[in-house]
Design a protein. Structure first.
Length: 258
């Protein structure tokens, strides 16, 4: 299928979505958000796709965020309920997502990366939430996700100034998982995806769901005592038996996702 604002490639169990507006540094508007939302809806629904990767077209940018030219022209429209790029307000996706940040990740672009579970950044990548500089706030999750990922004072230092943070500093702060040479972000993201695919898909989803939902539990004890839905589904699955059996038989497991 051909898309207007992005490219989609399904290879094995991995879906790679490339934001494809390089002429505007992959900035996005409402029509792009709706297109991407439908793409991630399909990804979530398909049993054969287990891992998602999002990256940007061209050598300069992952995504410069909101298309301010559209907004300045008074043409801005409401986006989908799933948020910026169809991801930032999508809270029911238990399949893992990897951001391959190949360049500038500003505003909404940074918020896309923050909505992913693993962030691989090229050495030339730059992150920022510059919304206050144009009279806005990082309302697609940035002002909430960043302080949950790094120390509050560090987060406030970024958010109140809109300053640009290079990939290495992002790694030191903790919101970047790995820094790789320029031009190698997508390859590294695929390497991470391959490692995830060695694991049980049901156990991976149970891990993601429990980790995120557990953060909202009043205490660690409450989180530990809760059996989350994906965790229960994992315990009732064939893969729950296959993993230990494969280990005992000294062979690779044959995950069936059921």
């Amino acid at each position: 299928m051909t898309y207007e604002f992005c490219k989609v490639e399904d290879e094995g169990r991995v879906r790679t979505v490339t934001l494809n507006r390089p002429e505007s540094m992959n900035a996005l508007h409402a029509d792009a958000h709706f297109e991407l939302s439908a793409i991630w809806d399909e990804f979530a629904a398909r049993d054969d796709l287990w891992v998602g990767i999002v990256t940007g077209a061209g050598p300069r940018a992952f995504s410069a965020g909101n298309d301010l030219k559209v907004q300045a022209a008074g043409k801005r429209k409401p986006g989908p309920p799933t948020g910026f790029a169809g991801l930032t307000a999508r809270f029911d996706l238990d399949k893992p997502l990897i951001a391959a940040v190949n360049g500038v990740a500003m505003g909404g672009g940074f918020e896309i990366a923050l909505a992913c579970d693993i962030v691989v950044a090229a050495e030339n990548a730059v992150f920022a939430l510059p919304e206050p500089r144009v009279g806005l706030i990082a309302g697609a999750g940035g002002v909430h996700r960043l302080p949950r990922m790094i120390p509050m004072k560090k987060a406030m230092g970024m958010m109140l100034t809109g300053r640009r943070v290079p990939a290495r500093e992002g790694f030191d702060l903790g919101f970047v998982t790995e820094v790789v040479p320029e031009g190698e972000a997508l390859a590294a993201a695929r390497r991470w995806a391959a490692l995830i695919l060695e694991c049980s898909p049901k156990a991976v989803r149970a891990t993601k769901q429990a980790a995120y939902r557990g953060l909202d539990a009043p205490t660690l004890q409450d989180a530990l005592r809760t059996i989350y839905p994906a965790q229960q589904a994992n315990m009732e699955s064939q893969d729950y038996v296959e993993g230990p059996r494969a280990f005992a038989e000294k062979r690779l497991p044959n995950w069936q996702n059921r």
